[in-house]
Write a protein that binds this ligand. Structure first.
Ligand SMILES: NC(=O)C1=CN([C@@H]2O[C@H](COP(=O)(O)OP(=O)(O)OC[C@H]3O[C@@H](n4cnc5c(N)ncnc54)[C@H](O)[C@@H]3O)[C@@H](O)[C@H]2O)C=CC1
Ligand SMILES: O=C([O-])CC(=O)C(=O)O
Length: 312
């Protein structure tokens, strides 16, 4: 018998889903099943075949199929949910809650039916509330339902810091806490360039401008694209999290995790530093926060709760 290959299903074959499928295949992390609604079956098959035909050129051996049939997702090691509406200029992520929470319910039922042991990674916005909704609908343990926000928000912060200092992005580290909205909390105090605290390299005024740009980073791209939202950096972020889980890397990465008292919050999904590994969220890391940081986080939590209440 051959070696059992890993299988990742990506639900939603739009901009983020298709890009994520390609990135996962290019890194040979797993075979990929790309799923969309029956109306979109043929374009989804077309995207998958087009990606597969890149494999001889790029030299990757992952298989990619497109489908609208959840039977094809059976036994997935990881399922990534990108299904649903994206915002357009003038909308907030929270405006998507009514439409996307319905989609989360139906998609989650299908995932659970065919892959009861899988781990679910959620991208769909408003992502903190959508991750909570998938958690409730799936009945899965908390460590197997995870949301993506912090890797992307931190990547934006790292990009802007690298541009500011003219230093490699590789040497810039940071942490963004809280909900994936305009009041997220980039933790400057825990951010470094080559081990040097950013506060020693950049003035407080300039740092505050970069923090503000990070908070509005999603909206900046929405404004530029005109008819959708970001997908390259979101897909790269999902791929990094998928790799950590599939390879049991125990990476220290921010993720949207279910909190039961950590940071003083209960029964909420929120962006926090975690250890990501083969079991999904292996641990939530609790950092000491100053009074000001805690106040900012409280504000972000209020925004997330407001949207979660619509879902419940
Ligand atoms: N958490 C984060 O950091 C980010 C979240 N997002 C969110 O991800 C979501 C997807 O964004 P895009 O891919 O750009 O949108 P898109 O519109 O390009 O793709 C969405 C896809 O979902 C499909 N879909 C709708 N209902 C479905 C169902 N019931 N089952 C399967 N597929 C279904 C649509 O047919 C479409 O192909 C949006 O909600 C967006 O706001 C996007 C970027 C970053
Ligand atoms: O801004 C949006 O709507 C999509 C998103 O979450 C991001 O790019 O951060």
């Amino acid at each position: 018998m051959g070696i059992q290959r890993r299988k990742v299903s990506v639900i939603g074959a739009g901009f983020t889903g298709a890009t994520t499928a390609l990135m996962i295949a290019q890194k040979e992390l797993a075979d990929v099943v790309l799923v969309d609604i029956p109306d979109q079956e043929q374009p989804t098959q077309g995207k998958a075949l087009d990606m597969l035909e890149a494999s001889p050129v790029q030299g990757f051996d992952s298989n990619i199929v497109g489908t609208s049939n959840y039977e094809d997702t059976e036994g997935s090691d990881l399922v990534i949910i990108t299904a649903g509406m994206a915002r357009k200029p003038g909308m907030s992520r929270d405006d998507l809650v009514a439409t996307n929470s319905k989609i989360m319910k139906s998609v989650t039922q299908q995932i659970v039916k065919y892959s009861p042991e899988t781990t679910i990674l959620v991208l769909t916005n408003p992502v903190d509330a959508m991750t909570y909704s998938v958690f409730k609908e799936s009945g899965f343990p908390k460590h197997r339902v995870i949301g993506q926000s912090g890797v992307l928000d931190t990547a934006r912060f790292r990009t802007f810091i690298s541009q500011e200092l003219n230093l490699s992005v590789k040497d810039i580290t940071g942490f963004v806490l809280g909900g994936h909205g305009d009041d997220m909390v980039p933790l400057v105090r825990y951010s470094y360039a080559g081990g040097i605290p950013l506060e020693k390299l950049i003035s407080p005024e300039r740092l505050e401008e970069i923090v503000e740009r990070t908070r509005k980073g999603g909206g900046e791209i929405v404004g530029l694209l005109g008819n959708g939202s970001a997908y390259y950096a979101p897909a790269a972020s999902l791929t990094e999290m998928a790799e950590a889980i599939l390879k049991d890397q125990r990476r220290v990465l921010p993720a949207i995790a279910y909190l039961e008292g950590e940071y003083g919050y209960k029964d909420i999904y929120l962006g926090v530093p975690t250890i990501l590994g083969g079991n999904g969220i292996e641990q939530v890391i609790e950092l000491d926060l100053t009074e000001d940081e805690k106040a900012q986080l409280d504000k972000s939590v209020e925004s997330v709760k407001h949207v979660m209440n619509v879902v419940e």
